[in-house]
Write a protein that binds this ligand. Sequence first.
Ligand SMILES: [Zn+2]
Ligand SMILES: [Zn+2]
Length: 303
Amino acid sequence: MHITTKDRIFNHLPPAMIAMVLAFWAFSPKTLLDSPWTLPVVSALIVITVLLLEQVHERHAGWRMNRQEFVADLFYSVLSATVIVWVSQAVAEDPLRAAKASLGITTDWAMHMPWLAQVALVIFLIEFGQYWMHRLMHNWTPFWLTHAPHHHITQLNAAKGAVGNPIELVLISLSVVALFDLRDTAIFAAINTTGVISVFAHANVRSDPPRWYSFFFTTIRHHSLHHSTDYEATRSNFGNSLILLDRIFGTYREGEGVIVGQGDRKRLSIWEQTMFPFQPIIDMYKARREKARSGQADGATTA
Ligand SMILES: [Zn+2]
Ligand SMILES: [Zn+2]
């Protein structure tokens, strides 16, 4: 395939954006770094930038953004940045931090590592947890029921990483980072770095990053295969941002998906995604009630 200058530029955008994010958190003025708004604003800017790139250099016409998809993506992006963050803080991070304090655990060594090493440690901690949580979701029904809605999406776009059942979104956000003493800016830089990687890995952008990048980091090729209609292929490439973990743990698979979506490729509404894990129980209850009712009717006719 002929590679144009435009392709070449787009192929280097993911690593360039990571470099920008790291430089931002390393060198910005202190007032900016200390503001509670900086992390959510940078996170949103990453998604908005890649959404705009979708308009400039599209990957597949079948994944083109439309109003219905945009509304759902926006809903889940806001949900992830608010409710999901609050819940995971309340159920995981705050208790972890309290336990760490009461047990007197200190990790001074982490605080004294070079800043970039701290960023790398946070990326590894987040991704290692997410890899095994994601793999568990694909292998155990109760967890799969929370993750399945994310696989029912029928096209890929920059914000699709945020689309899923709310329980799944909380589960996937769990990490042990709170147990370590680290610079806040290193944690935020790690969050934005994995953000850049996973946003590009869900985006409808014709960008195939250089070989060294796709050795370590998840790309749209890896992740579109994970979202494909081929069941066996969906059980590979679990790494949200660190595809290296799939290479290490033997779940890496080469390829690319174009037609995406689970089972019958039925697109789920926000309500259906929310209710999805409870649907088997609801169906069972309904069937039982139906049976009881027809039993009554039988009784009435024979009486
Ligand atoms: Zn999955
Ligand atoms: Zn995905």
